[in-house]
Design a protein around this ligand. Sequence first.
Ligand SMILES: NC(=O)c1ccc[n+]([C@@H]2O[C@H](COP(=O)([O-])OP(=O)(O)OC[C@H]3O[C@@H](n4cnc5c(N)ncnc54)[C@H](OP(=O)(O)O)[C@@H]3O)[C@@H](O)[C@H]2O)c1
Length: 243
Amino acid sequence: MPKPTALVTGASSGIGATYADRLAKRGHDLVLVARDEGRMEALAARLREETSAVVDIIRADLASEADIRVVEERLRQDPEIGILINNAGVSYGGSFEEQSADDLARLVSVNVTAVMRLAHAVAPRFAAGGDGAIVNIGSVVGLVPEFGQTVYGATKAFVQFLSQGMAHDLGPKGVYVQAVLPAATATEIWSRAGADPAKLPPLMDVGDLVDAALVGFDRREPVTIPPCTMSASGMRSRQPARR
Ligand SMILES: NC(=O)c1ccc[n+]([C@@H]2O[C@H](COP(=O)([O-])OP(=O)(O)OC[C@H]3O[C@@H](n4cnc5c(N)ncnc54)[C@H](OP(=O)(O)O)[C@@H]3O)[C@@H](O)[C@H]2O)c1
């Protein structure tokens, strides 16, 4: 049986690029979505060389209505796509009152609106076929208001609730929905948010994170917290925790 194609958002770096790598190595073709076309082209070229995956690219800004529509349409129309990895996300530094209204609106557009719209676009086709998987990347920050990332955490609490609600609706129709809640992981999200490198918590290796998330995926867990999965299943890290 040919494996379904996976559409991965935020595939130009970090967790999304690592999902792309692991899924290509598992035999899935890919559709990569992000803004940085050059980085996606480089990743696609490597994966085509290392695997037999067919890798397509959609350059899209998921804060843009026009670009979201393009990705929605692909999810509705492409019958090969059987996995959606809803991973793209942003974080901004500063406290609630310091953050600009424009940045907060952008945060909600990418972390909430795009995640919901893309899942909503593909869900009817998956439900009609009685198959398919939707993976939404939340965060443990969504469980802990005391971390002080108020709007980012609220977007991630939304993603978790959305995922569990969708699992309730779509699970009986054969669609698997997984919420993945990473803890602090070594990706560019920290530097993009202007975090002080001296104040970073210990960071999980991004390869370990995605491998643990995929253990949860294979077990059809509704919610996976990768550091917990990793320690509970005896997985060994390939990398020491970083700051
Ligand atoms: N790293 C952590 O500690 C951590 C912890 C918990 C949850 N997460 C979540 O994990 C997910 C992936 O983040 P990461 O850690 O891998 O960070 P990252 O390396 O900064 O990756 C973020 C990805 O999202 C894409 N993206 C950002 N804004 C976008 C937009 N407007 N339109 C389209 N794509 C956009 C970026 O691509 P372009 O710039 O090319 O568009 C990039 O590929 C996020 O949802 C994040 O909230 C991360």
